[in-house]
Structures are given as C-alpha cells and as structure tokens.
Ligand binder design. Structure first.
Ligand code: EPZ
Length: 422
C-alpha cells in the first residue's frame, strides 16, 4: 500500500485545477442504463471510484470507453446482458446501488447486492427501497441481494423522504424518469450533484422540475435518448484545496471554483479570517492576517455545511486561535481522523457527534493512518502546515476521490511525495 510523505514547507501560492465532481459522475454514469442511445460525459474525474463504476457497468453488458486520458467517458447500454450487480464489485463502492433505479425502470427487474457499510457508518439503503416501492416495485431482500421487480413497469407516485438522502433521491429521479405517470419527491436532496443529474436527464428527454428545491416533480416518459453532458465542478475537491492556503498561509486560486457551490463553507472561512474572492478564473483564497480564528461547524444537507468537508475543516481548526465545536449530523462515525490528528499534537475531545478542538500554535509531523477518503486528505492538509515530516499510510482511500494530489500541491510549493508500498 502506498503512503504519502508531507513535510511542512511554509506558505502555498499559485493556481490549482479543480476536476469534475466524483459524486456527480457516480450518478451520471448509471444514467446510461436508462437509454439505448449513447451517453457521453465530459470533464470526468480520473479516480479509482470511476474505474470501479466502469467495471460495474461493463459487468452488466454496458459499453464504456474512457477517452482523452479519462476526461471523457463514452457509454452505450443498447445491448445489456445482465441486470444483476454482483457483490464483489458492489462491496468496493456503495454508489453501486445507483444502478438499481435505472435497471428497474428500463427492464422491470434488477438484482443488486446490498453494498454493506463502510468506515463512516452502516450506510443502510432502506430509503432507496422504500421510494421504489412507492413507484409500485416489489423489493425482496435475500441472500445479501435486493431482488426488485416491477413487471408492469414503474408507476408514478408521491414519496416524502423522512430525512434527506442524496443517493436515494438520485435513484428515485432516474427511476421516475421512465415511470408511467407523475412522481413527486418531497424533502428531496438539493446538492449540486442532484441538479447536475437532472440537467443530464433533461438532455436525455426527461421531464423534471424543481431540482435544487425540496420538492421535485417528474413526468415519466416512454423512452429516453442519448446526450453529451459536462460533469459539474467537484465542490468537495474545491473546498479541500481552498483549505491549503488557509492552513499554510499564502494565496491560491482554485480554477473554475464558484461560491454558489459552497456558500455555507465560504461563510465559515470568512468568519475564521480567510479571504475568498470570486473572479473570472475561479476562487482566490488567502489567509487575511495572522492566526486563523476558531469557528463552530454543524454538518447538514445542502445548502448547509457539507459533511464531506468536516474532516478537512477540523484540520484547519487544530491550529486556530480558540476553541471550536464541530457537530457531525449526517454520519454516525465520521471523526476517525481525530485520533490521527491528535498524534500530530492536536487537542480534540470527541463525545458522540461532537468534536471539541482546542487550537494549538503548530502541529508536529508524525506517521498517521488514513481511515476513509476525506480523513486521508484532512491528514495531508495537517501535514502541510505541521513542523517536520508526516507519513500518511493507506492512501488508497485518497485515490478514490482525489486525482494527482501530490502533483497539484507540489505545484503550489508543497513538499509532498508518494512512497510506493511494498
Ligand atoms: C452521498 O452519499 C455521497 N456519496 C457522500 O460522499 C456524502 O457524504 C453523502 O451523500 C451526504 O452528502 C456519493 O454521492 C457517491 P445519503 P449517500 O444517502 O448518498 C443515511 C464522499 O466522501 N441513509 O445522503 O450514501 C446514511 O446512512 C462520500 O464522497 C439511510 O439511513 O448519502 C447517512 O447517515 C462519503 N438510509 C444519511 O442517511 C438510506 O436509505 C445521509 O446519507 C440512505 C441513507
């Protein structure tokens, strides 16, 4: 397993390219299953999760070609050979559940392995199943698989989510696009990745209104066509790299960044004493003066503070002036970066869903362990500003969601390199 060696090396300056959104691409790719015609995605990120989704779609008989060094994904589902998503692929990536809605809508049946949990929580899929039932499907759980049937096709229905679920909203949107009649989703997710999926489905001929609001209405159509769609900018990669100059000092422009993707996060950076300016090239971020101020954070569904930036924000708060409280309200176990940051000299008390961070002057480099995707990049951010060397182990987590981290940060002046595992 590879490791990343980071050495604190002072302020960072320059431009950084922000890729297409992993969490948009992982729902846009299964959308190809809804149509016999080709779906082509541009501005796709080059990540291991995208390669896993490619393997899953190919296992169903979908043709998937990666062009232009992976930035373009050309797909065609005109001759699917299977509607069964096998456990050995699904267990690697929870987003595999997103083939359920499209397969059920187009073929009237699907067998999808239950994804199982991951480090940050149990990650059940009960809402995915309930919303399909609201559209007339029969869902049967046995031998670790969801056996879904809708022999007469899905029917439009109304479903109110008891709490916001990004994935269940995405599955429902894709399924409802081909259902007979009208579907109304209430308390739907409002993330930019949901809006991006609707834009793509609309290009394919879907009739959808209300994306980005809590109520989305879908008028089912008989068939969907092909499309070419550009993947929206990755707001989580954007927020992650905005924190690099915040933690180290200096001034960095995140190319293509937009404040509307991350308004709640930008408000917190401003309160912490970080300047964020939107210009024609993207978002320019600099530490205004002196030490960062401690701020409190509560993670919420969009437009609130994103849970996927909580670990990275904690790294910033470790060297802030004062005490900050971070409350994680989306996942039940998303503070595993805290004990690793403590190894670097951070002072963090975790009680249930709350982490209290008492800022210290400076962290000290140490060997640390990445436990999940966002925790791994939080440790790298901490290492950038720490005194001495930090070795982040198990960086396969990192490669799921960030392309070329070492190259991107080295170009800003960071001392960072990958150490090939044994
Ligand atoms: C998506 O996961 C993202 N993944 C996650 O990003 C992100 O953290 C999450 O949304 C929240 O924004 C992708 O888009 C591929 P949810 P998802 O359904 O759809 C519970 C990353 O780092 N829940 O909104 O799985 C669930 O356990 C990843 O890129 C149920 O109980 O998230 C969680 O506590 C991590 N039953 C909460 O709801 C369900 O049927 C929100 O989950 C579904 C979800």
């Amino acid at each position: 397993m590879d490791s990343i060696l980071v050495t604190g090396n002072g302020p960072l300056n320059g431009d950084i390219h922000i890729a297409g959104a992993k969490n948009a691409c992982l729902t846009l790719m299964p959308a190809t299953l809804l149509s016999e015609e080709p779906l082509t995605l541009t501005n796709a990120p080059r990540l291991s999760d995208i390669r896993t989704m490619t393997l899953l779609l190919q296992s169903l008989g979908c043709e998937v070609s990666s062009l232009q060094d992976g930035k373009v994904i050309a797909m065609s589902s005109h001759a699917l050979t299977s509607q069964r998503a096998e456990y050995d692929i699904v267990r690697k990536m929870r987003a595999s559940i997103l083939v359920l809605g499209p397969l059920l809508a187009r073929y009237g049946h699907a067998e999808v392995s239950l994804p199982g949990g991951c480090a940050i929580g149990a990650r059940p899929v009960d809402l995915h199943l309930k919303v399909m039932e609201a559209m007339g499907a029969e869902m049967d759980l046995r031998d670790g698989y969801v056996h879904a049937k809708a022999p007469g096709g899905l029917k439009g229905g109304t479903f109110e989510f008891p709490f916001v679920s990004v994935g269940a909203t995405e599955n429902a949107l894709m399924a409802a696009s081909l259902a007979k009649g009208t579907t109304v989703l209430k308390n739907a997710a409002r993330e930019p990745e949901i809006v991006d999926l609707v834009h793509c489905l609309r290009r394919m001929g879907a009739q959808i209104e209300g994306e980005g609001t809590p109520t989305i209405t879908i008028q089912g159509v008989d068939r969907l066509g092909g499309a070419t769609h550009g993947v929206v900018t990755d707001r989580i990669e954007l927020g992650t790299y905005m924190l690099a100059p915040a933690i180290c000092g200096g001034e960095v422009t995140c190319l293509g960044g937009r404040i509307d993707l991350l308004a709640a996060f930008c408000e917190k950076l401003d309160a912490a004493g970080i300047s964020v300016t939107e210009n024609e090239r993207g978002l320019t971020v600099a530490r205004k003066n002196g030490r960062v101020k401690a701020v409190d954070v509560v993670t919420e569904p969009f437009p609130g503070f994103p849970t996927d930036l909580q670990a990275q924000m904690m790294a910033l708060m470790c060297t802030a002036e004062g005490t900050s409280v971070l409350e994680e309200k989306i996942f039940e176990n998303r503070f595993m970066h805290a004990p690793e940051l403590t190894r670097m000299g951070a002072r963090i008390d975790v009680h249930g869903g709350h982490a209290t961070v008492h800022g210290v002057e400076r962290l000290k480099g140490a060997p640390v362990m990445a436990t999940d995707l966002r925790a791994s990049v939080s440790l790298i951010l901490a290492g950038l500003a720490a005194e001495g060397e930090t070795i982040v182990n198990r960086v396969y987590h990192l490669d799921r969601g960030y392309e070329n981290v070492e190259q991107k940060l080295s170009a800003l002046g960071a001392k960072i390199e990958r150490i090939q595992g044994q």
